[in-house]
Write a protein that binds this ligand. Structure first.
Ligand code: AGP
Length: 611
């Protein structure tokens, strides 16, 4: 959950490190720090966001150099303060280390070091690693060997970068379960938690695998496994440029990324439908034609995308689909077979809970498919197959465009399997493909309601609790809308199935209670529309303030709703992709109206790379 950057080359490290940390800050922003080798090793680190470190470097500059590491932190061990900020020092201040993850056996190692006379200044597991590596450097005189000896002692998940004053021009990194990628330059090389760390300088990258150590100099990159065996890392090319990871004049990354939701759907579809047939390069549906059960494993917003996909895949491919929270799946001893397909959904491809669920599923014999938005990420590399979403870099902690792209990818998967297993109704599949291809234009229409939603949010700035009702594929959207309000506006919000209202939640309705209702199309074949309109009447009768997200021209809703946010006419499986956008916009506007940080909400990080 931290941002990590390493650099060796002719440039001044400080600029490279701060620029990379700026693009990685969404991974954690409790504190930030850099370590740079000029004539000697110097560090600067401060609690707070990256700007605090930038201010510190102005007030208290260090001698720039050509070897350095940088870190932006999401606190696990120890409060987010200056002392606990990374880098941490070892070998009497000559070695600097930065760390992403958790070293679970740090206490026993710390006791051993204290017995050796080491004095600690922080509460972190990372400082323990710094002193251990420092001791191994003293013993071996070699940075790579010191790392190799040290990681052999560590349990848990970690990405580590180290530099040493006596080894200028060298950065060594190691990873287990936490992310690390290499950026290949000309006479310079980079390391980062993800490609955003170096995309400004190079689009040529190498993926580092599990339990591997990388040593970079300006002119060389070498990778070994934890046993010292040479490894050839997997190359890949970054398909987006640095400007895609910038705000581009928008007030926030979230506003920019909501505006990119139509493109996220279009780009995820692009090149994957030919004459009405879904063909996903690199994904062979025939390999999965015998699949008799799908379990989606994901967390948060990604899990809600999975829930939307469930309805569609079951209808089209006639395969049972369950959606499980990754962190629950792994510990309940699920009954699966080699005909079970585990589909992980993850924007970052680094969520530890989901990564562990995928590894567990493979251990017990299931096949695995990753739906991921980040090239070279760990989860796709641990899976049998991958369908990338092409939403582009998603920087705001609250996931928006990736969500609609995930639904799109799940729909493509369902149609592809249905076309392969012969269980799909050709007419229904053809209509589904057609509707998907029409979705981006319909999304553009929804985005035009921004001003209306902003006014609504300002009017509701004091709201302390919101309920959201949805039915069928609208139910996961209700859950997603509630999550957005929690993580952005810090208010109690609950999404639930509209049919559940009378089984308890209606007791929550009192005069003035704000309720969003996602209304199915009046053309809905299941005639759920009338049932949901009845729900609106029931809550209105008890004083609720109803904001309906309903199909343009749906007259049945008007008499009972205080506000209506119209969405274009669309098929029932496209509706969730449209209906979620007003909820994304509302949560963002409510947070802004409350003066909150829309892109970096408190306590959160973009990618939860610890369990
Ligand atoms: C979404 O707005 C949240 N930030 C969070 O629920 C997120 O979706 C979840 O942590 C999963 O992340 P992933 O898609 O990168 O695996």
């Amino acid at each position: 959950m931290c941002g990590i950057v390493g650099y060796v080359g002719p440039r001044g490290s400080q600029e490279v490190l701060l620029g990379g940390l700026g693009r990685l800050e969404y991974r954690g922003y409790d504190s930030a720090g850099v370590a740079i080798i000029s004539d000697e090793l110097e560090t600067r680190k401060r609690a707070g966001k990256l700007q605090t470190l930038r201010d510190e470097l102005v007030a208290n500059p260090l001698d720039d150099g050509h070897t350095g590491i940088g870190h932006t932190r999401w606190a696990t061990h120890g409060a987010p303060n200056d002392v606990n900020a990374h880098p941490h020092l070892g070998d009497n201040g000559k070695l600097a280390l930065i760390h992403n993850g958790i070293i679970e056996n740090f206490a026993e190692i710390k006791a051993e070091l204290v017995a050796d006379g080491v004095e600690f200044v922080s509460e972190t597991d990372s400082e323990v690693a710094a002193h251990l590596v420092g001791r191994e450097y003293r013993r071996t005189g070699n940075l790579t060997e010191a790392m190799k000896a040290s990681v052999a002692r560590f349990d848990g998940a970690f990405t580590l970068l180290i530099v040493h004053e006596e080894s200028p021009g060298v950065v060594v990194g190691a990873r287990r379960n936490s992310p690390l990628v290499i950026g290949l330059g000309k006479g310079e090389n980079f390391l980062g938690s993800d490609v955003a760390a170096f995309v400004e300088y190079t689009s040529d990258a190498l993926a580092i695998g599990q339990d591997q150590i990388v040593t970079i100099t300006p002119d060389s990159v070498s990778v070994i496994d934890f046993d010292g065996n040479a490894v050839t890392p997997e190359p890949f090319t970054v398909t987006w440029d640095a400007s895609a990871a910038d705000k581009g004049g928008w007030s926030s990354f979230m506003a920019k990324e909501i505006s990119e939701e139509p493109a996220a759907v279009a780009d995820t579809l692009r090149g994957r439908v030919k004459d009405g047939v879904v063909e996903i390069p690199g994904f062979e549906p025939a390999d999965f034609a015998d699949v008799d059960r799908i379990i989606v494993v994901a967390c948060g917003t990604a899990a809600y995308a999975g829930l939307v996909g469930k309805y569609a895949i079951e209808k089209w491919a006639r395969i049972p689909v369950d959606v499980e929270l990754s962190h629950e799946f792994r510990y309940r001893e699920p009954v699966i077979s080699d005909r079970t397909l585990i589909v992980s959904v993850s924007q970052s491809g680094e969520t530890m809970d989901t990564l562990m669920a995928v590894k567990y599923a493979r251990e017990i014999g299931a096949r695995t498919l990753s739906i991921c938005n980040t090239q070279g990420a760990t989860i796709p590399r641990e899976s049998d197959a991958v369908i990338y979403t092409h939403a582009g870099p998603e920087v705001a902690v609250a996931s928006t465009k990736a969500f609609v792209a995930q639904i799109t990818a799940l729909y493509l998967l369902g149609i592809a399997i249905a076309q392969a297993n012969g269980k799909g109704d050709a007419r229904i599949l053809s209509a589904a493909v057609h509707d998907l291809e029409a979705a981006p234009a319909l999304l553009d229409t929804v985005l035009r309601h921004g001003e209306h939603i902003r006014t609504l949010a300002k009017w509701m700035a004091d709201t302390q609790a919101v309920l959201i009702l949805g039915r069928h594929v609208g139910f996961p959207i209700a859950l997603e809308g509630a999550l957005k309000l929690k993580e952005l506006a810090y208010i109690h919000a609950e999404g639930f199935a509209a049919g559940e209202l009378k089984h308890g939640p209606i007791a929550l309705i009192e005069p003035g209670q704000v309720v969003f209702v996602i209304v199915p199309s009046p053309r809905d074949p299941n005639s759920l529309h009338s049932k949901v309109v009845n729900n609106i009447q029931e809550i209105r009768a008890r004083g609720a303030r109803v904001i309906a997200i309903a199909e343009q021209g749906d007259a049945a809703v008007l008499p009972y709703a205080d506000e209506v946010i119209p969405i274009p006419l669309a098929s029932s499986f496209i509706e969730p992709i449209l209906a979620v956008v007003p909820l994304h916009m509302f949560a963002m506007e409510l947070a802004a109206a409350k003066g909150l940080d829309v892109d970096q909400p408190r306590n959160l990080a973009k990618s939860v790379t610890v369990e």
